[in-house]
Design a protein around this ligand. Structure first.
Ligand code: ADP
Ligand code: ZN
Length: 614
């Protein structure tokens, strides 16, 4: 069977996407590969199809290294649904279950076996792989989430370092390393750590054109979030990221009180409860998960319609990875972030206070600055985002700045007043003060503190009366982002001047700011009653919508019976295509994307029955 046939008969798709075919050919030919493809790009097929093809050619089993124990079950379940023999080995199996899988693997029962990295490098499993290798039955290694090998990536896993053993111990067994995110530094590190110097690199565009990027100034962040969800994402599945556990709990409560189907997720929750919330998110429709970054690594739910950040991530890699969980199905999705001065201060402090080496901190500061640049940008967000990953592009027309170009004001004068105030305070009092106090002085606002320290006598007191606090905050954020002001975490977050301050003070460096704009205009609520209840990924008439909702109900039942997420049975897009076609026979079902041979055999009759009843 050709690769093309495997694609259509097993997976039900008629065309390879982007570089998939070239990658598949590379692997079938037995060569190494490094695959950089954005989330939703279709990485899984890049090793699943070669695994099937190579096994049919007599090469034996493919081992998939994945750090995502929680997801292995669903990934293997999805392969079973497609009729592919697969299993996993991880700590959720009992000794007896693991033994059965190992025996099956040694017998050659499986096309793919998924294993966690720490499992793979145990003497026991390595010895079993030795046996397979000697018999020529070790076909290929797929190393998923390969950025985990690098400390420059956003999710370093020391266990990944031990994977060099694969290359040394099993020479000639082709390896494919895959990741959705890696800047140049991380990419080089992956190649070096995994000894992939001779591997062919397949780098896809990192663009996710269906994701709309929006970054708003943080004011009353919770109500801002509520408005965003209620106006634009009623009934949608989404993820809200917060930095602290407490905030996760608070926001989840607030959303739930407002009638939004929200659940909390963070590492402090009881393991069982956490698992339950994750399962509900994956299995039910329209749940909003409020979470710390502990949630989501590898969540491959395809219909997450929005990802919101209430706190800023550490760097662009993190932001890109987290927002990338929206819209894997290719349908419109939103990445929304509220960001403010406090975020900048917090992130700086976390770096300054970390016990890491100065060299490491320097790299982290550089990465934070790039993210601040993105947040402060007045031009296309996507151009900046892609530029960070080394890709040139044109303004996208699908980000906040493209859709509503922000008004820009010249903050140079305000910046100079802030800087000279910091300078004068330091001269007068011999110590530095925090942002609030500095802004009070510039705006000429008398407080207990200003009089206590005699700061009302400073020549800059009240010199910037015309600026609002919001404006000054924006200027300060920009100055910190530019490195012209440093926040000293060791000394109560006081503000200090830096080398770069001088250029701004002298008026040589202009400070351009976006006008603090209000949020996007109110969107009309969806009017049709039915479509408010059932939202289909394509436009359907009302009869088709009824079929679609009946098919969804049927799918939920099947998913429950199989203990799998609904999308593993059929994607929304597949159900919508069925609903639109209103099939009356088996032939009518043929050629609908996402229905492979096994699924046709397993579900065609039921699908036809559901359609005929509505
Ligand atoms: P990634 O791991 O890169 O995030 P996945 O492998 O999960 O992406 O694929 C994303 C989605 O795209 C999946 O639902 C998958 O079934 C679908 N997909 C992948 N390749 C194709 C293709 N050639 N045609 C249609 N759909 C595809
Ligand atoms: Zn844009």
């Amino acid at each position: 069977m050709s690769q093309q046939q495997i694609l259509s008969e097993v997976f039900g798709y008629d065309q390879f996407r982007g570089p998939q075919q070239a990658i598949v050919e590379n692997m079938v030919a037995g060569l190494d590969a490094l695959v950089l493809m954005p989330t939703g790009g279709g990485k899984s097929l890049c090793y699943q199809i070669p695994a099937i093809a190579r096994q049919r050619l007599g090469h034996g089993v493919t081992i998939v290294v994945s750090p995502l124990i929680a997801l292995m079950h669903d990934q293997v379940g999805a392969l079973h649904e497609a009729g592919v023999a697969a299993a996993f080995l991880n700590s959720t199996l009992s000794g007896e279950e693991a033994y059965q899988v190992e025996q099956g693997m040694l017998r050659g029962d499986f096309t793919l076996v998924y294993a966690a990295p720490e499992r793979l490098t145990t003497p026991r499993l390595l010895a079993q792989l030795d046996a397979l290798f000697e018999r020529g039955q070790l076909s290929m290694f797929a190393i998923d989430e390969a950025h985990c090998v690098s400390q420059w990536g956003h999710d370093f896993r020391p266990e990944y370092r031990a994977l060099t053993v694969l290359h040394e111990r099993f020479p000639g067994v082709p390896r494919i390393a895959l990741t959705a995110t890696a800047d140049a530094l991380t990419r080089d590190d992956i190649v070096e750590r995994l000894q992939l110097e001779t591997a062919r690199a397949f780098v896809s565009s990192f663009d996710r054109p269906n994701i709309r990027y929006t970054i708003v100034e943080k004011r009353d962040s919770t109500p801002q979030l509520m408005r965003f969800v209620e106006r634009e994402h009623e009934g949608d599945a989404g993820i809200v990221y917060c930095q602290s556990r407490k905030k996760v709990e608070d926001i989840a409560h607030t959303l739930a009180d407002a009638g939004i189907n929200a659940l909390p997720y963070h590492a402090g929750l009881d393991h069982k409860l956490r698992q339950k919330h994750q399962d509900r998110f994956l299995r039910e429709d329209g749940i909003v998960m409020v979470a710390t970054i502990a949630f989501g690594m590898g969540i491959d739910k395809p219909d997450v319609r929005f990802v919101a950040h209430l706190d800023m991530p550490k760097n662009i890699e993190g932001y890109y990875q987290e927002t990338g969980r929206a819209g894997r199905d290719g349908l419109p999705a939103a990445a929304w972030m509220a960001y403010g001065l406090q975020d900048v201060v917090n992130q700086r402090r976390m770096i300054d206070e970390s016990p890491a080496s100065e060299e490491f901190k320097q790299v982290m500061r550089g990465k934070l600055d790039a993210l601040l640049g993105l947040a402060e940008a007045t031009d296309c967000r996507r151009v900046r985002l892609l530029g960070y990953f080394g890709e040139q592009s044109q303004p996208c027309g699908n980000c906040d700045n493209c859709l509503q170009p922000p008004a820009i004001w010249d903050g140079t004068d305000a910046a100079r007043k802030l800087l000279s105030t910091i300078y004068r305070i330091q001269q007068m009092s011999g110590v530095s003060f925090g942002a609030g106090h500095v802004m009070d002085i510039v705006r000429g606002k008398s407080t207990e503190k200003t009089s206590q320290y005699g700061h009302e006598a400073l020549s800059t007191f009240g010199l910037g009366k015309e600026f609002s606090e919001l404006q000054l905050r924006g200027v300060l954020r920009q100055l910190i982002a530019m490195g012209a002001v440093r926040v000293d975490a060791q000394a109560f977050n006081t503000l200090q001047l830096t080398e770069q301050s001088r250029g701004v003070l002298r008026g040589e460096v202009a400070v351009q700011l976006r006008e603090s704009s209000a949020e996007t205009a109110r969107k009309p609520k969806r009017s049709a009653r039915l479509s408010a209840v059932v939202k289909a990924p394509i436009a359907l008439d009302s009869d088709a919508l009824l079929r679609y909702s009946a098919l969804k109900a049927w799918r939920a039942e099947v998913a429950r019976e199989h203990n799998l997420p609904a999308y593993v049975i059929f994607h929304d897009a597949t159900l919508a295509a069925i609903a639109q076609r209103a099939p009356g026979s088996l032939e009518d079902l043929q050629g609908i994307s996402g229905i492979g041979a096994k699924k046709l055999e397993a579900y065609a009759n039921e699908v036809l029955r559901v359609v005929s009843l509505t």
